[in-house]
Design a protein around this ligand. Sequence first.
Ligand SMILES: Nc1ncnc2c1ncn2[C@@H]1O[C@H](COP(=O)(O)OP(=O)(O)OP(=O)(O)O)[C@@H](O)[C@H]1O
Length: 568
Amino acid sequence: MLAKFFAYYRPWKTLFILDFSCAVVSALLELGFPMAIRAFVDDLLPTQQWGLILLASAGLLVIYLTNTALIAVVVYWGHKLGINIETEMRRKAFDHLQKQSFRFFDDNNSGHLVARVTKDLEEIGEVAHHGPEDLFIAAMTFVGAFALMFAVNPKLALITAAIVPLIAWITSRYGAQMTANWQQIYSRVGDFNVRIVENVGGIRIVQAFANEDHERRLFARDNANYRRTKLEAYRIIAASSSLSYMGTRLIQLVVMVAGSYFVLRGELSNGGFVGFLLLVNVFFRPIDKMLSVIETYPKGIAGFRRYLALLESEPEIVDRPGAVSVTALRGDVRYSGVSFGYAKGRSVFRNVDLEIRAGDTVAVVGPSGTGKTTLCSLLPRFYEIEAGSITIDGIDIRDMTLVSLRSQIGIVQQDVFLFGGSIRDNIVYGRLGASEADILEAARRARLDDMIAAMPDGLDTVIGERGVKLSGGQKQRLAIARMFLKNPPILILDEATSALDTRTEREIQRSLEELSRGRTTLVIAHRLATIRNADRIVVVDHSGIAEQGTHDELMRRGGAYSSLHVLQ
Ligand SMILES: Nc1ncnc2c1ncn2[C@@H]1O[C@H](COP(=O)(O)OP(=O)(O)OP(=O)(O)O)[C@@H](O)[C@H]1O
């Protein structure tokens, strides 16, 4: 896993080297200061020459200033390195989400996915910056300080080092606990993200059912779980940092007592004593660093693990090697022996044959849950069929690139999804970069022009999240305008007008008829009246296609279609 982590440093090698070398030089200077102080007390003071003392002080000032500059570089460029890595990871995570198939989103909650791309990655940047640098410098300072302490007074150095196993034990014990704890914290954050995303998205339903109290209780539970896990983390931090504080202060006391003893016995100079006390601080600084690494590293690594899990979930539907990019298809669609099920061993339909000639309109009808929507969503390869094949103009859809296949198919859905921007943003989604004239023409053909003219900001009117500021009919028209702009040869209309009043439905129906003119169209309809003129009607039931033919043929046959008709 570490190798995968370090791979992210590759593009920022120069930045890393700059940051790292400045940090190393700064640490070396820190090691040098106690020795300079010792020389100052032992060698310079006894000369009683003010000129020399001031000169040495000026020298120290230069070194301090240099170190100040180094620290500034390390803090800024080091964090720059961290945020660069974090940004790259976030880009990759988002990119990976775009490639996932419908099934992935069926199985993963959007709140958790949001957490993956936001919160999980936050600490990785910190670890990327501090991790290797702190570890290396901690090791270097630790060894360096010990060597210098040993040079000043070996006995005192050994006494000081005796505390190290205790500190190491504290460090390793709490480190493992923290990693496990942070993984749990992330999962808790995901949980309440899910709760918030669902609550805010469905707030109208919540209020309509007056279920606010129920929602509050559910949220309170997740919030309390998060709090409990966080408290556990703070308990670990409190224990480890206070224990290590106690350890370092105890050893300082021991050094004070033992050092005084050595000074009185003449085994240690005054300067040596002062220098040694300063070195003890430097010696224990890596331990503080290690503790802060213990705090941030597990957060980063837990986030990185979840990030890797996301990146390693292979997209289910991808381009085959050698897939061709198709353009301007005629739209001859053929399903041959197609079988499909969402879960293994539970098929929605089996061995379905269906042919739609280019430009024809075929309506799919049948009882709820028989797989009408499913049948249509196989054409743009939102799900992969289990057996058989689907071809367009004789080419298997699996031999086409996904992007080109989907560019040839337009879908107008029952509940239109609109983005939160303006009317223009939503129409232009059909063909990004379309000209103003084309956008207006698409709006006109979808009979949206009167509404746009009546709006204060025209095309730039903001329609609210998911288009809440529009009526159902207006949303449908916007979706149709978007499709006029996209202008695909194949259309799927999924129950597009079921939620509207009769008059609006008739108007929208007219726009849809205009939209489907000259395009291969698959209509999923419940209202049989709207599909009477379809070139063919396919009736599905729980075992697949029950019958197909024109309205008149099916009525004459007196089968499933005619009984549905009688029912309506
Ligand atoms: N994403 C999904 N994951 C798992 N099962 C699904 C999924 N979507 C639909 N199903 C199941 O597949 C079956 C067919 O559903 P589908 O939506 O295709 O039916 P439909 O005929 O379009 O229904 P309706 O007329 O009610 O819209 C149903 O049993 C449904 O529960």
